[in-house]
Design a protein. Structure first.
Length: 291
């Protein structure tokens, strides 16, 4: 049986970019080409590729938006709203765009993981209690809250002796994405719990921050997607909504609590493998049977 071919425009490194893991292109339910101008079945226009759609012949044209709105300095959301007729489908997690174009949008989570290669994705033994990996970025209100929480942990470090703090700007771990891009795995895999806070909160948006936890069998203390239970078993997640929630939960952690969550931890480990790649997710769920 002939496999369908997906043409990716605007993102040549979609399946090779590091530290991101979107799986291997040869393991998909389709073959992949890049920037092929003619005779295309399905073309995905990603990032600035959306501006090139008129220059490509394709039976089906799909726009894929990857950025949160606060980081959309290129104005891609505005362009899509004004030029939605150029596309058959719009793959996005953005609430506002989904409401504006309900018949054309394909709600799709961001997903992705930095735990790669795949053999490093496993349920590791836990010898440490809790970690918090966070940078010093402060562009969104959520990022500012993350940094405020970090400062609180440093200020009262004696009250949180079992908490490991890591990240750019305060306690960086080595990052060599071309040669050894598994450093985050080495940091978090031994921890039973890890605080995971997204850059931006809305439905359908979760990122490597929670996915990396699932991929090593760590329970996320999660500040993020309001509908995370649509995708994962919340019995394997500690959901928090405020800074005080996080402080309270960290104070109550134990290995016994972790062990009681193991069935859901294992389930989420397997569920997470569905969310490597927004191209595959949207293709399988919305597009493959529409030709």
């Amino acid at each position: 049986m002939t496999r369908e071919v997906v043409n990716i425009v605007g993102y040549d490194t979609w399946y090779s970019e590091r530290p991101w893991c979107r799986g291997l292109s040869q393991n998909k339910n389709f073959d992949v080409v890049h920037n092929q101008k003619h005779n295309n079945q399905i073309s995905y226009f990603i990032r600035d590729g959306i501006y090139e759609s008129d220059n490509y012949e394709s039976d089906i044209k799909v726009a894929l938006l990857t950025e949160c709105r606060p980081f959309d300095i290129q104005g891609r959301y505005k362009y899509i709203l004004e030029n939605e007729s150029k596309f058959d489908y719009i793959v996005t997690y953005d609430d506002e765009l989904i409401r504006a174009l309900p018949e054309k949008t394909c709600p799709t989570p961001e997903g992705g993981t930095w735990i790669w290669p795949e053999e490093r994705q496993q349920l590791y033994p836990k010898t440490k209690l809790c970690s918090y990996v966070v940078s010093d970025k402060m562009q969104t209100s959520e990022q500012k809250m993350r940094v405020d929480l970090l400062r609180t942990f440093y200020k009262f470090k004696n009250h949180f002796p079992d908490l490991g703090l890591y990240g750019r700007g305060h306690n960086p771990f080595p990052e060599d994405h071309d040669n050894d891009y598994d450093q985050k795995c080495k940091i978090i895999k031994d921890y039973a719990f890890s605080i995971a806070m997204e850059n931006w909160i809305q439905d359908n948006y979760f990122s490597e921050k929670i996915m990396d936890c699932f991929m090593v069998g760590t329970v996320p203390i999660y500040f993020g997607a309001r509908d995370i239970g649509k995708y994962f078993n919340t019995d394997g997640i500690i959901i928090v909504k405020t800074k005080q929630d996080i402080l309270d939960e960290v104070s109550k952690l134990s290995f016994d609590r972790y062990n009681s969550m193991l069935p859901a931890i294992k389930e989420n480990f397997n569920l997470a493998k569905r969310h490597y790649d927004t191209v595959s997710f949207s293709y399988d769920r919305y597009i493959k049977d529409e030709q």
